[in-house]
Design a protein around this ligand. Structure first.
Ligand SMILES: [Zn+2]
Length: 136
């Protein structure tokens, strides 16, 4: 169990901690306070963020390096699994920080920006795949 930053009680489960996001914080069963993993202020948190952001870029890089869609998929899958494991480990080692209603709203805006980034990155990846398959 992890310590709640509001009431200092070890009430937050590992699952609640790992799945907590600034836009969707964990709620303390003891005091009802909201908290999430410190994603921007600690080294493990930064590694956790980076492994998610790097994933579409690695997919694109793998495709360029191998020039083969299935080899790229295999490469990306292995990198992805490693990145995900690093991500979860980093999240578990990152402390919980308190958040409020305002913080959740702010984070929701960032989440929309991140969703847009993932959409653009996947679109570019698909376009590159199509281009490489049709290029002479
Ligand atoms: Zn609490």
């Amino acid at each position: 169990m992890n310590q709640c930053p509001h009431c200092r009680d070890k009430a937050i489960s590992h699952f609640a901690k790992v799945t907590s996001r600034p836009a969707d914080p964990a709620v303390c069963p003891n005091c009802g306070g909201r908290c999430h993993v410190a994603c921007h202020s600690t080294l493990p948190g930064r590694i956790a963020n980076l492994s998610v952001v790097a994933f579409p870029l690695l997919a694109l890089g793998g495709l360029f390096v191998t020039g083969n869609l299935w080899a790229a998929v295999a490469l990306v899958a292995s990198i992805g699994i490693t990145a995900y494991a690093v991500h979860v480990l980093a999240l578990l080692n990152s402390p919980l920080v308190a958040t409020s209603e305002e913080g959740v709203e702010d984070a929701s805006r960032w989440l929309s920006a991140f969703a847009l980034y993932v959409m653009v990155a996947s679109t570019i990846t698909v376009l590159v795949v199509l281009y490489r398959h049709h290029a002479p």
